[in-house]
Design a protein around this ligand. Sequence first.
Ligand SMILES: *Cc1c(COP(=O)(O)O)cnc(C)c1O
Length: 423
Amino acid sequence: MRKETKCLHAGYEPGNGEPRQLPIYQSTTWKYATSDEMGMLFDLEKSGYFYTRLQNPTNDAVAAKITALEGGVAGMLTSSGQAANFFALFNICEAGSHIVASSSIYGGTYNLLGVTMKKMGIDCTFVDQNLSEEELAKAFKPNTRAVFGETITNPTVSVLDIEKFARLAHSHGVPLIVDNTFATPINCRPFEWGADIVTHSTTKYMDGHAVGVGGAIVDSGNFDWMKYADKYPGLTTPDESYHGIVYAEKFGKLGYITKATAQLMRDLGSIQSPQNAFYLMNGLESLHVRMQRHCENALKIAKYLESNDKVAWVDYPDLENDKYHALAEKYLPNGSCGVLAFGIKGGRDKAIEFMDSLKLATIATHVADARTCLLHPASHTHRQLTEEQLLEAGVAPDLIRLSVGLENADDLIEDLQQAFDKI
Ligand SMILES: *Cc1c(COP(=O)(O)O)cnc(C)c1O
């Protein structure tokens, strides 16, 4: 199946007489006839459902669709994108570990790595993702356990050189984890460029309609944990909390996701509700059509903004003169996403005046929605960051993040124009 067909058919294939639409298994628990059968499930000796915190058939079908779209071997849903990134990293890190991450990542992930995981004893070095390989190599330490970046960064829409980061990670014997939220597997499949694990905030384009917060983790199965066994004891030595199972041995390529499910989901419990997974399934079915239109609309609007004399600058990788255009042509040949960033002449105050004058585009702490929305990161998502951290993350004080929806682009341009006329 090609990706468009996978959007519709992967993950759930009903048999004869079964429901066409994925059923919502709104049940916490499953019934078994014998105590032995249940025991085998607990021992991971048999696969099957027993409690929704660990697995649920609705969630599994949706995870399977995302896994198929990314070209991975195993995947899981989480309650949010934040949980996905935390689980993806915490599954292979512990107190004393170190992470190398791009400094341009989403504000929430920046806090997760720089503040909360630090309190757990996991250190992070943030790097400028545009540095040369030699410069970036200096960030690695003997205790580095993972490299992290976003295919297209939120909110600065910078494109990650995935091959460069994969080479760096692998030459240091660690996996590359890529948050592929903005590109979606429709526009980029990071595994094809060497990434080992992909994460998503499914809240964004995958859901696409601002219905449910959710996340996903997909494993390529390509990273050889046993080769670096001393670095990843959680996968390569017996798990005493699970009858001495060695995940990478017993489950092979499925070991990473099995551990994240059996251990992290068991203990930390950030499962997506089956109801939300059902909404996500519906979103995924039209992802390929929506992504194409998001990109077409965003390019039209980026060109309009570029030609507007009240606009100081526009960042959108699909623009020919954008600093990330060459990387976008390589990694995102069919378009990047519907999000762009721009600055208004006159800075912060004018930005706020402009935003308050919009009628169609709405101010929302959301992005990648069917409806156009926008936000001023310095006043909203990134307001916890200091000026210095803002600059480090590449977030200019005048930056407006515009998430172009599926409306008629001319209606959007008219709305932007009337707001520009007011400032
Ligand atoms: C929104 C977002 C997240 C966090 O996802 P939630 O679903 O809001 O928890 C992580 N990474 C990126 C790139 C995002 O855009």
